[in-house]
Design a protein around this ligand. Sequence first.
Ligand SMILES: Nc1ncnc2c1ncn2[C@@H]1O[C@H](COP(=O)(O)OP(=O)(O)OP(=O)(O)O)[C@@H](O)[C@H]1O
Length: 312
Amino acid sequence: MTVTETRRTAPEIGQPVLEASGVTMRFGGLLAVNNVNLTVREGEIVGLIGPNGAGKTTFFNCLTGLYKPTSGQVRFAGAPRKAKSPERQQRESAEAVPVQPLTGLTPLAPKPRAVVRAGMARTFQNIRLFANMTALENVMVGRYCRTSSGALTSVLRGPKYRREEAATRARAQELLEFVGLGKSGEHLARNMPYGDQRRLEIARALATDPKLILLDEPTAGMNPQETRQCSDLIFKIRDSGLSVVVIEHDMRFIFNLCDRVLCLVRGEALIEGTPAEVQSDPRVIEAYIGTGDEDVDEDDRPQDSVEGEEAP
Ligand SMILES: Nc1ncnc2c1ncn2[C@@H]1O[C@H](COP(=O)(O)OP(=O)(O)OP(=O)(O)O)[C@@H](O)[C@H]1O
């Protein structure tokens, strides 16, 4: 499990952006996540590893408001933000990924909408794109949580709506370019190659203006070339000022990418440390022995990768 490639290090690790303390999640008699703590700082890439069923996705769901933890608290930097004016959106669209200044950590309401508004975005293990919409439209959907036009304005299509729509479209196109899909805006999501669909999901998550992005198995089913491109994209996202948390089974990918790694086993934190510390810990090696899930074979690529009309 030793990784020899050179890692790119974070430019500067800053203040905590996310702090999860004592997060516990029970499903009836099953303790899926038990008293897990995690702090993510500005500019950090943090990996979450563990064998199948270790509780990684459940922990992600607790962080992103899909689950209300049985106990424990998730605190996040900054108060929930209001929608921006079209003028402000246009100003910000000059930057690739605008970063909001951080304030102190505040408890996060366990509701996906509140979590997105506060500045946390995620992707899912199984791709959840709007299959019959274009790539550009998929990204625009992600942007609507930051627009302020109400139902009436949208129906009447007044000047404010048109300005906002133009800004949303321009920003979506920038984000497509940011993830390397600048020429695919008019392609239907369901017709796009698998690796492009994964990047499109990331673009849609970035459209919400997050401070922190959580990626659930972003390289699942990817070939080695797509995996390398994914790694480059995550570094690029980090370099633009975001913090990143990644769940992955591909150890080479995770140890080359992350500043810190948390290993969960049977719902509990086994070890948290630098990639070097985690990969040399015999308990981590033992936890994975026999599972055979470190590497994803190209044949494992999901066939029906685009799901139905689901919200981001
Ligand atoms: N909604 C649910 N209801 C009941 N049990 C659940 C639910 N979601 C997850 N579990 C159980 O919780 C445990 C942790 O599952 P989870 O999906 O979080 O693990 P994981 O580490 O993400 O696994 P994988 O790597 O296979 O995705 C498993 O035993 C799983 O069966």
